[in-house]
Design a protein around this ligand. Structure first.
Ligand code: ADP
Ligand code: MN
Length: 517
């Protein structure tokens, strides 16, 4: 089906119409059929092209990745003038805005009536990132000086009697109501101080404002989507690029050669290490840079790892999305450090800057070590890898007090004749409300991998779980086993409820719970 007539086609016997037709108050129907292609109407591509055109006008492409090394000391200073100019501009804009904020504060002081400099800011509020000196938008929503909300009319729709009756259509009441409803606009949408004063918005003004708020919200979302898109395609957004550039500029990194992995949650780069600023810290000759993606989408389903992790609990609720992503990077750093201290083969942390984590590179000459799923090991090496993995899981649990929570042949690298553990941003402590479930999942992955790999000695997932955790769950089938795990987790949670403290260890045989004093 290519083409569809939109208007009604003329009747087959198109002679002079019946008498009623000439008298018809709506006149004679137009019989020329305008036909257009359904393919055109439905074309997503066309829609996309039009949208792109519009966006390109509003948000011109800025980042162009040059051939060859990604960032070096040289290509920043010479060949990438545009990038450099943009970076300087970005810093300038930020400083300018900070100055503006200071002046705004000075002028307004404690005065009840304040003048906003918002319109003079260089960085569009929707595009701004939350650098340390900026106040989170969540916080600015709370205004202790805000006047009581205007009163609303009761259910029946009017108040008063006789000629004093006031209906819900009353101009003043309606105006106040409209003002109050401005609160429902997107939090980023600036509505000024109107909510706090006795401002009456006419329906017309309110509707125009609402329309504008919605289109701004969409615009802002589109710009963000576009920027994030460029994170995937061009590897990093301008702000991350600036961070990387600073590292190269400081001499900490010599060259960032290119991207080694683009995952759902991160992009990983290879870099040659430079000289250290402090002499006691040696920068590895080759580094891996893990850039956590500053889009929340994929992280949403990971909330459960961090939200229930008491180490981060107090901070979680107060944070904005950008900071939550920095927290993932921070978590990976802390977890890697614990592992390093226990002597588990893993990348060594070099430095953490916001959502960018620099660590030692596992591999050689820019070639990353293969994942366990991608190497073919001799049966001897396979057996060695198994025992080493078992050992590492126990160390991780007992010495680091951690459960990997995403352990599988995808996050184990084979390098220098041994297994290296990576990707620990989601790792949790065993007493995390789902810690034991995560451990069981890890055990299932590991057991299956080595059993399939032909290691006859490999424990099954339940045996492995007990061997790692030191628990002795006796259930001989998966369902019961899992139920016991969940019961233990629940016991721990109840204990937290009653004592405000977690158990330091789990105990499955009815002993009184042991916990740290
Ligand atoms: P993701 O969350 O995207 O899976 P990972 O930490 O697993 O992030 O990193 C993705 C990939 O990047 C890994 O599978 C590995 O191939 C590579 N990689 C990550 N860190 C290193 C490192 N330190 N050395 C070498 N390769 C690494
Ligand atoms: Mn991974």
């Amino acid at each position: 089906m290519d083409s569809v007539g939109v208007a009604a086609a003329a009747p087959p016997d198109a002679g002079p119409g019946p008498a009623w037709q000439s008298k018809c108050p709506w006149g004679t129907p137009n019989t020329t059929s305008i036909s257009c292609s359904l393919a055109d109407v439905m074309s997503e591509q066309l829609a996309k092209e039009l949208q792109l055109e519009e966006e390109n006008a509003a948000f011109p492409e800025v980042v162009a990745v040059a051939e060859g090394p990604f960032i070096t000391g040289e290509n920043i200073d010479t060949s990438s003038d545009l990038m450099l100019a943009q970076m300087l501009q970005m810093e300038f804009d930020r400083e300018y805005d900070a100055q503006l904020r200071r002046e705004e504060k000075k002028i307004n002081g404690d005065s009840k009536v304040s003048i906003s400099f918002e319109n003079y800011r260089k960085v569009h509020p929707y595009d701004s990132d939350s650098s340390e000196d900026e106040v989170d938008w969540q916080d600015t929503r709370h205004d202790p000086y805000r006047a009581d909300k205007p009163t609303t009319t009761p259910r029946r729709g009017f108040i008063g009697k006789g000629k004093d009756i006031t209906t819900k259509h009353d101009e003043v009441v309606c105006g106040r109501k409209n003002t109050a409803r401005m609160e429902n606009f997107a939090p980023e949408f600036q509505v000024g101080d109107g909510i706090g004063m006795d401002l009456k918005l006419s329906n017309q003004v309110f509707n125009a404002l609402k329309q504008h708020a919605y289109s701004e919200e969409r615009r802002s979302a589109r710009l963000h989507e576009k920027k994030e898109h460029s994170t995937a395609e061009k590897a990093v957004d301008p702000k991350t690029r600036l961070l990387l550039y600073k590292m190269v500029n400081a001499g900490m990194l010599e060259t960032i050669t290119g991207c080694i992995s683009t995952g759902k949650e991160s992009v990983v780069f290879h870099a040659y290490g430079g000289k250290s600023a402090t002499e006691d810290k040696v920068i590895p000759p080759e580094c891996a840079i893990k850039v956590f993606k500053t889009t929340l989408n994929e992280f949403k389903n990971r909330d459960k790892y961090i939200k229930d992790d008491y180490r981060f609990k107090d901070r979680f609720s107060k944070l904005n999305p950008r900071k939550i992503i920095r927290m993932w990077a921070e978590k990976e750093m802390h977890n890697l450090t614990r592992m390093q201290n226990a002597g588990i083969p893993c990348p060594q942390v070099v430095i953490l800057k916001k959502h960018v984590l620099v660590m030692s590179f596992i591999g050689k000459d820019q070639i990353p070590a293969p994942k366990l799923k991608d190497v073919t090991l001799s049966s001897e090496d396979m057996k060695k890898a198994y025992y080493q993995t078992l050992n590492m899981m126990q160390q991780l649990y007992k010495e680091c007090n951690l459960v990997h929570a995403d352990l599988s042949e995808y996050n184990m690298l084979w390098h220098d004749g041994k297994v290296w553990l990576i990707d620990v941003s989601q790792s949790v402590e065993p007493t995390h409300p789902h810690g034991l479930e995560f451990l069981f999942r890890d055990c299932r992955n590991v057991a299956q991998f080595f059993q399939k790999g032909g290691v006859a000695e490999a424990l099954n997932e339940r045996e492995l779980f007990n061997a790692v955790s030191g628990l002795s769950i006796t259930a001989d089938n998966e369902v019961d086993f899992q139920a016991e795990i969940e019961a233990l987790e629940k016991m721990n949670e109840d204990h937290v409820q009653n004592h405000g403290k977690k158990l330091s260890t789990f105990s499955s045989d009815g002993d009184p719970p042991i916990y740290d004093e």
